[in-house]
Design a protein around this ligand. Sequence first.
Ligand code: ATP
Length: 252
Amino acid sequence: MEDLTMSYGGHDVLKGINLEVLRGQIIGYIGPNGAGKSTTVRIMLGLQKGYGGKVSLFGEDIRKSGVAYKGRIGYVPETAEVYDMLTAREYLVFSGGCYGIDEKRAERKGRLLMDQFGLADAFDVRLSSFSKGMRQKVLIISSLLHNPDLLFFDEPLSGLDANSVFVFKEILAQLAEQGKTIFYSSHIMDIVEKISHRIVLLYDGQIAADGSFEELKAQNKEGTLEEIFNQLTGFHQHAQIAEDFVSIVKEV
Ligand SMILES: Nc1ncnc2c1ncn2[C@@H]1O[C@H](COP(=O)(O)OP(=O)(O)OP(=O)(O)O)[C@@H](O)[C@H]1O
C-alpha cells in the first residue's frame, strides 16, 4: 500500500497508509473500533472504490489487474451471510464454484476438511441448524478450498471452542510456512501476540506501530500486547469507566 487514503463524506478514515508485506508473514492487523482495518481490507479485496494512493497485490496495481488476482485470495469476514437453506456440502460446492473449482473436487476437498474439523456427520445438514462455531468452521474451509496465496481473516476464531482454536493456530503457522501471507484482524490481543510474525497497529487512520511483538515490547517497555495497545492508543481510563458504568447500572 502506498499513501492509501479514504474518506467517507468528508470524514478522513485512512490518512496515508504505507505498508509493504512479504510472502509467508502472519500480520496481526489491529486497532481500535473504527480505526479503518475493515476499510483497508475491503480496498485490498477490490470491494471499496474511491480510495486514494495505490495498492499492489502480487506485484500489480489492483486498479489495473482485472479480477484474476481475487482468485488468489481467501477471506473470512467478521460477519458473513451464509445461505442458510444450503447444506454444508452445497455451500462448499457453491463457494468452490465461485473460484472455478469443479463440483467433484470441491465436494471431496470440502468433505475431507470438514472431517478434519470433526464435522463429517454434518456435511449434509443444512447450515440453518449449525451452531456458531460450526458455521465459522465452514467459513474457514470455504476461504481455503481454492488454496489461496493471500488470506484475510477477520475475527476467525469467533465461536470456536478451545480445541479448535488450538488446531486453527497451528493451521495458520503451517500455511505461513508454505509461503502464504495472512492478514489476521482481531481484538483478542493475546492470540495476536502469539501467532503474528509482525504486528501492525492502525490508529486514527495511520500506522501507529509496526514490528514483531518483541520489537514493540522493546520500544514501549510494556509486558503484553494488550498493554502496548492501551499505551499506543492513549487509553488509561479503563478502571474509571468500569466504575462509572457499574455505578449507573446500580441506579434504579
Ligand atoms: N460505508 C461506509 N460509509 C460511511 N462510513 C463508513 C463506511 N464504512 C466505514 N465507515 C467509517 O469508517 C471508519 C472505519 O471503519 P472500519 O470498519 O474500517 O473500522 P475497523 O477498524 O474495521 O473497526 P472495527 O474494529 O470496529 O471492526 C468508521 O468511522 C466507520 O464509521
